[in-house]
Design a protein around this ligand. Structure first.
Ligand SMILES: Cc1cc2nc3c(=O)[nH]c(=O)nc-3n(C[C@H](O)[C@H](O)[C@H](O)COP(=O)(O)OP(=O)(O)OC[C@H]3O[C@@H](n4cnc5c(N)ncnc54)[C@H](O)[C@@H]3O)c2cc1C
Length: 478
């Protein structure tokens, strides 16, 4: 793919759109736009622009499209698959300055926000009004609503409340050709067109730039009950989760951590709990009902003889247990120089088999690669974390082999998906056809062309293409 290059005149024109204080070519700023939360990948943009309005985004895209300059939208850069990295250079479109709450409507249970609003900030705003926005990624202190919509993020409460997709009513978005469109409606039902809202959700910034979001919100539950159970093995933990789900209770959280994850997380969170296979359960709703559900969950879990359990006795205590699970990735990051977090789904009943097969992956790699797994067991969505030293070429090669085994020999044969919530980005691109087949992937790439004929928006990502990228990450790890 041939792209144009930014020259001084073009940079000056683009700067004039956002104001020089919202544009930068300084090395230190470009460096910040070169990384996200994923290791071993670095792609430098040539210019960072932080627009304040949809009209500015539109003018930037018009100009970029005319000169075929790549544009990559970015929220907080917490993606874990290279989703927000500017592979072909060009413009990093930093959307984090568009962070206004535009209007809250309690009667309609909806809120309109700009895409740069941070998830936890939104929930602080809503809590004061008796509401909450349920999607709850562990990165909620940093993740922006625009990034969550573009990645269709999930999180800890997806089992009961669904993922980001289930809470978006409408979008305002700018096409790569500069036109501003509005999709969806402010009502709960509408079938008046193809569902462009759902098409843009999860498109990883490859089809349009989101500039406003209409969200469904929910009344805060009256009560919550949070309990932690620790079992000797994966099998007991999974069977407990399956039994809880089959009992007619729909927990708001049903989370899992394996032994290495509990060891790291409990130490990190300074919690006095034994290591093992942990199941964290939350139920929420009316207080009487929550109490009855918590009791039934307790009976089910105790039937599997956990070696430890704890029921939170206060909201602060509940928060402490949940934070330990949310801290699993940072906690594991302290163990090895490089940690790569993967993200797949399998049918829940297949989790023990998936875990057993994953545990044996390091055996045939010929290099020391550790694996530790946690995730959203209720949805069959697990995150195996590969721990190694990315500075060592042997270990990088072994890691690539491990990924191949994970997706080709474990996830797809068990009837799963190569990503449940983090997206395809760059790192899972080679496995798209394995899951969807060639024809479906070609259809997706044709759809990209309809939105983006010059392929300027977030190019070289597997969902939209072109694929493969010309340059892989540091040392060819991806
Ligand atoms: C510690 C940690 C824990 C995490 N836990 C979870 C979890 O529990 N569940 C989960 O689903 N994810 C999780 N993630 C992944 C990540 O945090 C989420 O995908 C998050 O929603 C990304 O938001 P962001 O603002 O950082 O977006 P970015 O990473 O900046 O961007 C995400 C994608 O959206 C595009 N984009 C950004 N803004 C716009 C816009 N306005 N218009 C169009 N496209 C846009 C980008 O190009 C990119 O493709 C975790 C990450 C970390 C580091």
């Amino acid at each position: 793919m041939e792209y144009g290059r930014l020259n001084e005149r073009l940079i000056a024109e683009l700067e004039a759109i956002v104001g020089s204080e919202n544009a930068s070519t300084r090395a230190e700023d470009l460096l910040c736009g070169s990384y996200e939360a994923v290791p071993l990948m670095e792609y430098k943009p040539d210019l960072i622009l932080a627009p304040r309005t949809a009209e500015q985004v539109s003018r930037i895209l018009l100009l970029a499209n005319r000169h075929r300059i790549p544009v990559t939208p970015r929220g907080a850069g917490t993606s874990l698959a290279g989703n927000s990295l500017p592979v072909a250079g060009g413009i990093c479109l930093d959307m984090s300055s568009m962070k206004a709450v535009l209007g809250f409507d309690g009667a309609n249970q909806s809120i309109a926000v700009e895409p740069g609003v941070v998830c936890d900030t939104l929930n602080d705003y809503l809590a004061g009004r008796g509401f909450f926005f349920p999607p709850d990624p562990a990165s909620s202190p940093a993740a922006t609503i625009g990034g969550m919509v573009a990645n269709n993020s999930g999180g800890n409460r997806a089992l009961k409340y669904g993922v980001t997709r289930d809470h978006v009513l409408w979008l305002e978005a700018v096409l790569p050709t500069g036109e501003i469109i509005r999709t969806g409606s402010n009502t709960l039902k509408s079938v008046s067109g193809y569902d462009l809202t759902r098409l843009l959700i999860g498109s990883e910034g490859t089809l349009a730039v989101i500039t406003k979001v209409g969200l469904k919100v929910m009344p805060l539950p009256e009560a919550r009950a949070v309990s932690l159970y620790i079992f000797e093995g994966v099998e007991e933990a999974v069977r407990t989760a399956v039994e809880i789900k089959s009992s007619g209770i729909l927990p708001s959280m049903l989370e899992f951590m394996d032994e290495p994850s509990t060891r790291a997380s409990f130490e990190y969170a300074k919690m006095d709990c034994p290591e093992g296979c942990a199941v964290l359960v939350e139920c929420d709703g009316r207080s009487g009902a929550v109490e009855r559900e918590a009791e039934l969950i307790h009976r089910i879990a105790m039937g599997r003889r956990p070696k430890f359990f704890e029921r939170a006795s206060s909201p602060e205590e509940a928060e402490r247990l949940i934070s330990a699970r949310k801290a699993a990735l940072p906690a594991l990051s302290r163990i090895a120089p490089t940690i790569f977090m993967e993200d797949f789904t399998v049918p829940v009943a297949k989790i023990p088999e998936a875990c057993a097969r994953i545990a044996s992956i390091p055996d045939g790699l010929g290099a020391p690669i550790g694996i530790s797994t946690f995730g959203h067991i209720g949805e069959g969505n697990l995150h195996p974390n590969f721990l190694f030293d990315g500075r060592d070429p042997e270990q990088r090669r072994a890691f690539r082999k491990a990924l191949d085994i994970l997706y080709r020999d474990v996830v797809i044969p068990l009837g799963g998906s190569i990503t449940g919530e983090h997206g395809v980005g760059l790192s899972r691109g080679d496995y798209m056809e394995l899951e969807h087949g060639g024809k479906a992937v070609r259809l997706m790439r044709e759809l990209k062309r309809v939105f983006d004929p010059n392929m300027i928006l977030n190019p070289y990502k597997a969902k939209g293409g072109p694929w493969p990228p010309p340059l892989r990450g540091i040392g060819g790890a991806h």
